[in-house]
Ligand binder design. Structure first.
Ligand code: FRU
Length: 499
């Protein structure tokens, strides 16, 4: 069989068992020598990865699943792929946990969540089914996973159909414990085609009762809200969500669909409402983050992971037959009605050789470091007057690279990928800008990994993420500035241990 480049609908929905095993081998061989394969990020073995699912802690270990389509870099019939970790950094690949093999999920095991209950892990997800006329039916389904990672799907759907007044754009259940009940938030669309979040309640996980629409804004949230995720950070409710078709007058964004958050002072379950909400904010001010999922870890932290990828953009890795990755795990905190996202401290387990820097920002562009590989962590601390540019993924002459221009005085940071290797997604713009408090010290905490870059600005006050597809040897780091002093730390990062 030849490498498929023309994807018809029947091909995308061909059953997994009908694919010859040799096709996966062919895909593996095409990505084998790729310089873009990631070193410490979760990526698909072959084919496409999208949303993180079922992020949880169960039986003494961290569990994470993702939406997978193994046969090509396209949104074909989805399943859940399972990963396990002791430290949130090294992830063991466990294989498929849920396959599209029942009449309730024949056209895709879509996104959902997981919660540990006694000695099992309960998975709740959307079963996507298409009829002869390609009309969608969404079922909300359940499954139990035991300590041997065996998964048993429930025979019957937990929720057979959307409630009256809503369409079958009804998916991505997020389960959580709230007081003496389980609650579940789910993305939905009214028959007037407005995107909403519905809230359900249950005492046993099998008896779901609709509470109603979750109130978190007075604005229209486009035509559909995907992947809603309600967590409580220091008691304050934080809703992460992905509105599709949101009017840019309401909140500006440049990605095809934004991943946003809103914070409330409190959550009123009777009113099904987040009270005294913040404005709506982009969760990531960069290019590629979507479908972020967060959960309450038993140690009290709220941890999140996002999909780094967006639909309807052709990424250069598609030529190698694979697509996308997950973000590193982040911890969420709230300060002054603002969400902070920081890399979990476990990330330090990856650190190897360490080098420090300090000086005044050089007027002329200067080489800061030339790591052998694009697999490092760089932390720069700049003073409150600093203006300048950091270049990563730069070639020797600094003709190509990802530019991060900062201006601490005026409180802005700009990420420009227009010269960062192979171009893609240009119709959504190649520059993103984020606003920061003015005249405060600036920290740039940058994680670079082969073809991805995650930048945590001012200890996670803003995050800017971008895929980058550099040419070979574009591993240099340059710095240039107008004014100001800096100190820096650079760690080479080892790759993830997996088995
Ligand atoms: C978001 C999403 C979800 C859906 C899943 C299907 O990226 O569209 O709404 O459950 O992807 O893969």
């Amino acid at each position: 069989m030849k490498f498929i480049t023309e994807w018809t609908t029947p091909l995308r929905y061909k059953a997994y068992h009908q694919w010859p095993a040799t096709y996966i081998d062919l895909l593996k061989s095409t990505l084998h020598d790729s310089k873009w394969r990631l070193s410490y990020h979760i990526q698909p073995k072959t084919g496409l990865l999208n949303d993180p699912n079922g992020f949880s802690y169960y039986d003494g270990r961290w569990h994470l699943f993702y939406q997978a389509y193994p046969f090509g870099p396209v949104h074909g019939v989805k399943s859940w792929y399972h990963l396990l970790s002791d430290n949130l950094v090294d992830w063991e690949q466990q294989g498929y946990a849920l396959l599209p093999d029942s009449s309730y999920d024949s056209h895709g095991v879509y996104s959902g969540s997981a919660i540990a209950v006694d000695d099992q892990l309960f998975l709740m997800y959307t079963g996507n089914v298409r009829n002869e006329n390609w009309e969608r039916h969404s079922y909300q389904l359940g499954a139990w996973m035991n300590q041997a990672a065996e998964v048993k799907k429930l025979a019957k759907p937990l929720i057979e159909h959307p409630p009256e007044g809503y369409t079958h754009e009804f998916r991505d259940p997020q389960l959580f414990r709230y007081q003496d009940h389980y609650l579940m938030a789910i993305g939905a669309q009214t028959i007037e085609e407005k995107g909403v979040v519905l809230l359900y309640q249950s005492s046993q996980l099998t008896d779901w009762e609709l509470l109603g629409e979750l109130h978190y804004t007075n604005e229209d949230m486009g035509f559909m809200v995907e992947c809603p995720n309600l967590v409580f950070v220091n008691e304050q409710p934080v809703l992460l969500f992905c509105p599709q078709g949101l009017d840019k007058e309401i909140t500006p964004y440049q990605n095809i669909y934004p991943n946003m958050y809103v914070i409330g002072d409190s959550f009123d379950k009777e009113k099904i409402s987040l009270e005294n909400t913040s404005e709506l904010v982009n969760l990531d001010e960069g290019f590629d983050v979507y479908a972020t999922q967060a959960f309450h870890a038993p140690d009290g932290r709220v941890l999140s992971v996002g999909w780094i990828g967006l639909p309807e953009i052709d990424y250069p890795s598609f030529q190698e037959g694979w697509a996308h990755c997950l973000s590193i795990v982040r911890e969420l905190t709230v300060k002054d009605q603002h969400l902070y996202q920081t890399p979990v401290q476990e990330m330090q387990a990856l650190r190897q050789q360490h080098q420090t820097y300090q000086g005044s920002l050089p007027k002329e562009v200067q080489l800061l470091a030339a790591p052998e590989q694009n697999s490092y962590e760089l932390r720069l601390e700049l003073d409150a007057k600093a203006t300048g540019t950091l270049y990563v993924f730069a070639d020797k002459q600094n003709q190509a690279g990802l530019r991060l221009s900062f201006d601490a005085k005026h409180g802005t940071i700009m990420m420009d990928r227009s010269k960062a290797g192979v171009m893609f997604g240009e119709s959504y713009g190649s520059v993103r800008t984020a606003v920061l408090p003015k005249q405060t010290k600036l920290t740039l905490h940058v994680f670079v990994d082969r073809s991805v870059c995650e930048v945590f600005v001012n200890d996670g006050y803003r995050v800017m993420t971008s895929r980058v597809f550099p040419q070979a040897n574009a591993t240099n780091i340059f710095l240039q500035g107008g004014e100001g002093l800096y100190t820096g730390d650079l760690w080479v990062l080892r790759s993830m241990n997996k088995s």
